[in-house]
Design a protein around this ligand. Structure first.
Ligand code: 8ID
Ligand code: ZN
Ligand code: ZN
Length: 360
């Protein structure tokens, strides 16, 4: 039974606070499914949205959230009934990429996050911080009922795979790092970072984690870093500071930049190995990349961006989770407490990922 009203967290003015209130349950269009969302991870992107950090403003009022796991409760007439896995009662995931045109050159080549007509969950269309959300059938992630061993899935732990997991898995592939090589994860104690450490390990890479504080350090070691560097131990949070960072790092093959501050984006060139790759993923507002041309050339450094992943990347990232390779502890709180999570994220106090339970 689908109710006519539901609880949601609504951004009514930019900067917040979010308002916990009842809103109507939407009905699916012909190419959409309606999901009863059970859990949704809270990504730092959701905080950027609340704070209106980025060049493209989000339309308000808005329901945020883009890391949702749910059950399909209704679907439109164009959604196939046969082998698509989208039957009523099936589990499915909602990602940042809510839809794309499926017809442009990017979509046809499996680069649908680059589609000029892409829509984003919790940014340009309502997201997963509500009990029922719409999603385009073509873009939901199919989730089996059980894991690879036939055990019941931990859906709260699975939720972060749908943004953090797919994003870092894709970024690691984009880095070109091979099994046995070193990768530095900058922001390793956060949501994407915790996942990145585990995916990197599962992909046979050796990991150095950088983040701030002892609690994040303990968590990084649990996730599997061989070395933890506490950036707050270094004298200056500046490009100069990177000279100190170089010595413990000794030339990683790849650097994944997941932090939400601009400084580490400028430091990475100083310590990445010659012929190494710097992958930019974090989105600090108004930040600019800067690298000396001479060093970039004579050391053959690659600097690239990586943006979520395509539908296949999502299924592959989910596969690691289903096989038991991704064990990032999540802190689950009620959807009604989302405001506290935003606050903690803004203060850098979230270790790993917070997930909201839409039933409370
Ligand atoms: O597709 C994409 N490119 C994509 C997908 C998903 C998220 C990009 N993102 C972006 C988010 O919008 C955000 O800007 O990635 C960034 C990280 O998201 P998150 O992992 O959800 O945020 P978090 O949990 O707050 O983790 C950030 C970590 O960075 C650390 C913090 O301590 C925190 O643990 N950090 C900071 I801030 N400055 C640091 C520094 N100088 C640092 N760690 C090391 N060195
Ligand atoms: Zn995200
Ligand atoms: Zn397209």
């Amino acid at each position: 039974d689908i109710p006519s009203e539901q609880w949601a967290q609504v951004i009514e003015k930019s900067g917040g606070p979010v308002v916990y209130k009842k809103i109507p349950v939407p009905r699916p269009g012909p190419d959409e499914v309606l999901l009863h969302i059970h859990f949704s991870g809270v990504c730092h992107t959701d905080l950027h949205t609340l704070q209106n950090d980025w060049p493209i403003p989000a339309p308000l009022p808005l329901v945020g959230g883009h890391e949702g796991v749910g059950t399909i409760v209704a679907k439109g007439d164009l959604v196939g009934t046969n082998d698509t896995g989208l039957r009523i009662g099936a589990r499915a995931g909602v990602k940042w990429l809510n839809s794309s045109c499926l017809a442009c050159a990017f979509c046809l080549a499996g680069d649908e996050p680059l589609c000029p007509r892409a829509q984003f969950s919790g940014y340009t269309v309502p997201g997963t911080f509500q009990q029922y959300t719409l999603a385009k059938a073509a873009h939901v992630t199919r989730i089996p009922d059980d894991d690879a061993e036939g055990r019941k899935l931990d859906l709260a732990a699975l939720a972060p795979v749908l943004c953090a997991g797919v994003t870092v898995y894709k970024a690691l592939k984009e880095s070109g790092a091979r099994p046995g090589q070193w990768v530095v994860v900058v922001g390793a104690g956060g949501g994407l970072g915790s996942m990145a450490v585990q995916y990197a390990r599962a992909m046979g890479l050796r990991v150095v984690g950088i983040d701030g504080g002892k609690e994040k350090g303990d968590s990084c070691r649990k996730m599997g870093v061989e070395e933890y560097i506490d950036f707050t131990d270094y004298a200056s949070d500046s490009e100069e500071g990177s000279k100190e960072l170089q010595s413990p790092l000794s030339g990683p093959h790849a650097v994944l930049l997941l932090a939400v501050s601009p400084t580490p984006f400028r430091q990475a060139i100083q310590y990445v190995r010659s012929r190494g790759t710097i992958v930019c993923v974090g989105l600090p507002p108004n930040a600019e990349l800067r690298a000396p041309v001479f060093e970039t050339v004579v050391r053959m450094i690659t600097i690239r961006g990586s943006y979520v992943g395509n539908r296949q990347d999502a299924q592959e990232a989910l596969g690691f989770f289903l096989r038991g390779d991704i064990k990032v502890p999540v802190k689950t709180v009620g959807l009604s407490e989302l405001g506290d999570v935003y606050r903690a994220l803004g203060e850098g106090k979230v270790v790993g990922r917070c997930v909201v339970d839409t039933s409370r």
